[in-house]
Design a protein around this ligand. Sequence first.
Ligand code: HEC
Length: 142
Amino acid sequence: MESLEKKINDCFERSLNGSPIDSTGREMRAMTAYMRWLAQKVPRNVKPAGSGIMQLPWLRHAADPGRGQLVYMLHCASCHGLDGRGRKAGEEYQYPPLWGRHSFNTGAGIFRISKMAGYIYNNMPWAQPGKSRGLVRTKRGT
Ligand code: HEC
């Protein structure tokens, strides 16, 4: 059994290349309070709708980097940058880097391409998920 604080710190370290924070500090208490508030009306042992990453069916053909580049340029680069390094607003990232030193690491769930695809398919482009889907369909519609 892992505590919520440990799990949050795991995300900082394993996924985000960061350092753990004080598990009794103000920031940690704020995050756990927020999560407990969110969970108030969720029955025990029920997975809330919209949580997790959807598993997409496997493709029956190889990924096509050329089409991927086209989708990225048209639907992703405006926020994540032509170089994929994200965009900062002051010291903080407004849009996260997708690769490079400040992006997620190999311990992150979305490092696996199957998870990444499920995440992008349902959440990106930000505020308009699904906008880029037409471009990734093949002639067979898969
Ligand atoms: C309008 C701005 C915008 C566009 C366009 C956009 N994104 Fe994002 N993207 C975001 C924001 C904001 C986040 C952070 C979301 C969060 O943390 O909940 C994000 C997060 C991500 C992440 C997760 C990164 C991480 O470290 O957790 C990936 C992967 C991603 N976007 C890929 C894409 C791809 C691929 C496209 C194009 C199909 C795209 N995005 C288009 C704004 C955008």
